[in-house]
Design a protein. Sequence first.
Length: 220
Amino acid sequence: MPKNEYLLKNLDLKTIESLKERGKKLKDIAKIYGVSAPSIVNKICREKKYPKLVARGVLEKNINSNIPINMDKIAQYYNCNVTYLDLEGAISGFSENGFGRDFNKIIINKNHDEGRQRFSIAHSLGHFLLKHQFKLKIEAKNPFYQTLYRERDITDDDEYEERQANGFASELLMPEIEIIKDIKGLKTIKVEFIDQLSMKYIVPPSIVGFRISCLGGKLD
């Protein structure tokens, strides 16, 4: 492996973003890690695309790629047991990693609407497939599980792994190729149209709007 690639392996996107928040420029980060600034730019591009590519891989398996995507079947395919429970209002759901001892668990707030529940399932599945770190939370009845909680919506996130899981969920539930077809030829996207797409994909309108704006659509 070339030296530059070896050094880049020790530099993840989370670290890059943290250094930039502390006022470091790309050339400064490059100097710290002994790599070139262009190589960091390339790494940023690759890592930002990674959640989307993983989601596309799920859809390409033809588990169930019809719109709206059947998240319960996809979760089952990946050995994730989805359970709906009465959770505190702000908590959308949480994930428990069984580390091969048993199936992984996705717990969803049964009081939330279907669109939010579906996004929470996709988000949680993203944590598993993107191999995110789970916070240790030992419970007497489940001593082998570690837990990740999800409380915030897509537009409120500031955590690296949460943004990755949201990117995965967005691509899985609202494939870019489908959204592009939906908004093709539209100069502006009206609220009524966002509501239509929300019903089509069974995803909250706020997340549909955010998805469209990220793909270059102009909201009215």
